[in-house]
Design a protein around this ligand. Structure first.
Ligand SMILES: [Zn+2]
Length: 297
């Protein structure tokens, strides 16, 4: 029996959940509710540094249009984090106006802007997680990224942090001195709920827990609550890992055959497998608004 017990223990260790934190769309200049772009940048980088967590910033074009924006992005690379491509125009690939030729030009334009920055990594995250609504576009962008030696900067845990951020900013505009505690709790509950949902979905779609990549944004909720989020996942027994460590897992080489393509990789794999009961759009205000309404937030 002893070798068998040992084997069981080993299996349990391997199946512990892990998560990498990644941030899109930042830094957005000119948003000044509570913290400006530099303040949010400092808060997010500070939380990562304190917790000794490596991360990645997926940068869209507008963030690089001012010298101050470029300087803030450089702080990520200088702190040891990745700086990756999120498109020059932050366009939606799932639309009649977004052609394969447009995508390629947009990718290359942004790549030229970021490739000399510290921390540059050849990862691309599709804006809105839209990977193409036709077979031609989807297969075209997959082939193009491969030819570029660029990996899809996949997300497995999609969140609606953008919605919590929007609502918090509106509330702060009404009352700059509001009590942040209830907002922190609602936000953390949301991240935990989404992580547990996508982890269960991974077990159903892939047959195991996978090293997850969570999508957050360079926004006020990240600036205020990231340290609490990292602490919460560690207290839940999840290991916080670097994005590169997650992407080394073979699951990130899978290319689910679904159209329209994109969303969370786990969601896409579940859809390709024909699992029932998937909600769509995966992360949308319609799911979160009633929750925050009920809390009076
Ligand atoms: Zn984005």
């Amino acid at each position: 029996m002893r070798p068998f017990l040992f084997f069981l223990g080993f299996t349990i260790t391997l199946s512990a959940q892990s998560i990498a934190f990644t941030f899109d769309d930042g830094p957005k200049m000119g948003q000044t509710v509570l913290l400006d772009a530099a303040g949010k940048n400092a808060a997010i980088l500070g939380a990562l540094r304190e917790a000794r967590v490596a991360s990645c910033l997926f940068v869209a074009g507008p963030c690089l249009e001012t010298p101050q924006g470029v300087a803030l992005v450089k702080e990520w690379g200088n702190a040891g984090h990745g700086v990756a491509n999120h498109g020059a125009a932050h366009g939606n690939l799932n639309g009649p106006h977004s052609t394969l030729a447009w995508f390629e030009a947009d990718f290359l334009k942004q790549d030229a802007r970021i490739r000399t920055l510290p921390g540059y990594v050849r990862w691309y995250r599709f804006p809105y997680l839209k990977e193409g609504d036709t077979r031609e576009k989807r297969d075209g962008v997959r082939a193009f990224l491969k030819a570029q030696g660029c990996r899809n900067g996949h997300v497995t845990i999609d969140t609606s942090d953008w919605f919590y951020d929007q609502r918090l900013q509106q509330a702060l505009a009404r009352n700059p001195k509001l009590e942040l505690g209830p907002w922190r709790k609602a936000y953390l509950d949301h991240l935990r709920n989404r992580a547990q949902y996508y982890d269960r979905l991974a077990q159903a779609a892939v047959g195991r827990s996978i090293p997850h990549v969570m999508l957050l944004h360079h926004n006020l909720t990240s600036a205020l609550f990231l340290a609490d989020a990292i602490r919460m996942f560690r207290e839940m027994g999840w290991k916080v890992i670097a994005p590169a460590e997650a992407y080394a897992d073979e699951v990130y080489r899978m290319e689910p055959d679904v159209l329209p393509a994109g969303e969370s990789l786990v969601w896409s794999l579940a859809k390709a497998k024909g699992l029932q009961g998937l909600r769509f759009p995966g992360e949308d205000a319609q799911y979160e608004a009633p929750l925050l309404d009920a809390l009076g937030l």
